[in-house]
Write a protein that binds this ligand. Structure first.
Ligand SMILES: [Zn+2]
Length: 148
């Protein structure tokens, strides 16, 4: 299980190696993503809070990266954070997600990206539910829900 100390270690010392890499040009991503998906995933945008029905959806299933299809989260780890963004307390696999320091907007936060294709997903915070204590705050447009 990943805890905040691991998040800090990955952010400062380097991320786990992904199973594979997917790399495309900006033009190639534009062709397969909607403008909003492109804005959020490739240009590190943020969707409006409470803009997606995914926030209050708690059916079983798996959430994959919108860009490359890599499996990122299990619905079992999803919880109601009240923030208006889908929130998870743990990724499905330790090496599915990469962590980067984000010093934009005068804050120091930890950005989370898809470790396979570098899609911006959102941020992770140390105020989630136990036992991990983590809250992955994720843009719904960065995710695809897959039925099991
Ligand atoms: Zn991806």
């Amino acid at each position: 299980m990943i805890k905040w100390a691991d998040v800090i270690r990955f952010t400062n010392k380097g991320n786990p190696t992904p199973d594979k890499r997917v790399e495309k040009s900006e033009e190639e991503w534009k062709q397969i993503l909607t403008p909003e998906e492109f804005q959020v995933t490739r240009l590190k945008g943020t969707e409006r809070s409470f803009s997606s029905e995914l926030c209050s959806l708690f059916d079983p299933g798996i959430y994959a990266c919108k860009c490359c299809g890599t499996i990122l989260f299990d619905a079992n780890e999803k919880f109601e954070s009240g923030t208006g963004w889908p929130s998870f307390t743990q990724p499905l696999k330790e090496n599915a997600i990469a962590y980067h320091a984000d010093k934009s907007y005068g804050m120091i936060r930890v950005e989370v990206v898809c470790n396979t294709c570098d899609a911006h997903l959102g941020h992770v915070f140390p105020d989630g539910p136990e036992p991990s204590g983590l809250r992955y705050c994720i843009n719904a447009v960065s995710l695809n829900k897959i039925k099991e």
